[in-house]
Design a protein around this ligand. Structure first.
Ligand SMILES: NC(=O)c1ccc[n+]([C@@H]2O[C@H](COP(=O)([O-])OP(=O)(O)OC[C@H]3O[C@@H](n4cnc5c(N)ncnc54)[C@H](O)[C@@H]3O)[C@@H](O)[C@H]2O)c1
Length: 253
């Protein structure tokens, strides 16, 4: 069912790599114009090349999502380009290293940085794009995690908080005709996810998947396309787990 998003504008944060790039390609194949927001300019150039190769169009905005001024400038530039934002995917996130490991010894400065990127940036960007979202009667999709269900690390806490923001967004934006949902992926085979796990452990985790294969970025992108589509238009105020049944085995993070 191609071109369900023809003429529509899809903003993807973290569009320079991994799941963000998969969202960009999936929506491009459906006819959308992509707007990439990321700190990684080279990665956005590569995503743009792949989007164009798939017959789509994309623009990009370099933005450090931990900075309110840069979020504001990116949002102004996006709204100057198009007056409607049909889909905002708040996908960029910190997930590797200490945030996914430690709880003690994080310190206020790092806690604030983790929350700035993983929780506050989605709320601030949505607010700054509010007129475009309202014009389109659009949808906000926040990228949560399986780790949000039973948080055991700073990472899990930020994603549980993002779920809370999602419910608040669904309430606050309802008057604009804007929906808000979140996707909670299990362990998905992106370069970044694989880098954070030793090879032997990766194989062990793969064998834990109930569906007998590792999750792919496309599994998440396909769910995003469905949730944003007319077919998903009665879905609001929900977090969707997409983990191949992994949670039955008690993964924590
Ligand atoms: N891959 C998985 O297994 C998995 C599972 C659950 C949730 N997630 C979530 O999905 C999202 C994407 O994961 P991924 O595996 O594609 O990771 P990734 O590291 O490949 O992509 C993250 C993107 O966010 C960007 N980013 C990071 N900090 C930024 C900042 N301050 N400003 C602007 N951009 C910034 C990075 O440049 C990168 O392009 C993250 O929010 C992650 O927590 C991933």
């Amino acid at each position: 069912m191609p071109n369900r998003f023809s003429g529509k504008v899809v903003v993807v944060t973290g569009g320079a790599a991994g799941l963000g790039r998969a969202f960009a390609l999936a929506f491009a194949r459906e006819g959308a114009h992509l707007v990439l927001v990321d700190i990684d300019e080279a990665g956005m150039r590569e995503t743009t090349r792949l989007v164009e190769q798939a017959g789509g169009t994309a623009s990009s905005h370099r933005c450090d999502l931990s900075r309110e001024d840069e979020i504001g400038s990116a949002a102004d530039a996006i709204l100057a380009e198009r007056d409607h934002v049909d889909v905002l995917i708040n996908n960029a996130g910190l997930h590797a290293g200490q945030i996914a490991r430690d709880f003690f010894d994080v310190g206020l400065e790092k806690w604030q940085h983790y929350f700035a990127v993983n929780c506050f940036a989605p709320a601030l960007l949505a607010e700054k794009l509010r007129s475009g979202l309202a014009n389109a009667k659009g949808v906000i999709i926040n990228q949560s995690s399986m780790a949000s269900y039973v948080p055991a690390t700073a990472y899990g806490i930020t994603k549980a908080t993002l779920n809370a923001f999602t419910f608040a967004m669904a309430n606050q934006y309802a008057g604009d005709g804007v929906r808000a949902v979140a996707i909670a992926p299990g362990l998905m085979a992106t370069e970044a996810a694989q880098e954070g796990v030793e090879d032997a452990n990766w194989e062990r985790l793969k064998s834990m998947q109930q569906v007998g294969r590792q999750g792919t970025p496309e599994d998440i992108a396909n769910l995003g396309v469905f949730l944003a589509s007319d077919e998903g238009s009665f879905i609001n105020n929900q977090v969707y787990l997409c983990d191949g049944g992994n949670s039955l085995r008690g993964w924590r993070g």
